[in-house]
Design a protein around this ligand. Structure first.
Ligand code: ZN
Length: 142
């Protein structure tokens, strides 16, 4: 008989800068170990609309290139150029950066490991930092 297990954990981050990319693969692997799940699916999502979770290469040049590209697409300044910022916020650009970098990833769990392709790592993308924010890890399987 198959018994499906379910595991849930929140990872907390407080990035000291406005923007950052953090490799959270070790924390997600720790969650998977804690869950005891060997076969299933692992969902990782940002719980905030100004932060992302995405999968790509852990290469600092690429992360710099992402930052430059995102600033071209949605520059932080002038903050007055965004209608959203008329609410008194200054983070309209962060909402847009989050949209293009994505909310979540799903990784297959095979033999108790995250079943990645070559060079794949999981990142938390912060676009409006300097406050405590959360990432949800949900793992289901057996
Ligand atoms: Zn906002």
């Amino acid at each position: 008989m198959l018994v499906m297990k379910s595991y849930r954990k929140e990872l907390w981050f407080e990035v000291p800068s406005r923007r950052a990319f953090i490799n959270i693969t070790p924390q997600v692997e720790e969650c998977l170990r804690e869950s005891g799940i060997r076969e299933g699916l692992c969902l990782v999502n940002a719980m905030h609309i100004t932060a992302s979770v995405f999968i790509n290469d852990d290469e600092s040049g690429l992360h710099h290139d992402y930052d430059v590209w995102l600033e071209k697409l949605a520059p932080h300044e002038p903050v007055s150029s965004y209608r959203h910022n008329r609410t008194g916020e200054d983070n309209a650009d962060a909402h847009m950066k989050r949209q293009i970098m994505g909310r979540e990833v799903v990784v297959a769990v095979t033999g108790g490991k995250l079943d990645f392709g070559p060079w794949e790592q999981i990142f938390y993308g912060e676009f409006d930092g300097r406050r405590r924010k959360r990432v949800l890890v949900k793992i289901i399987g057996e």
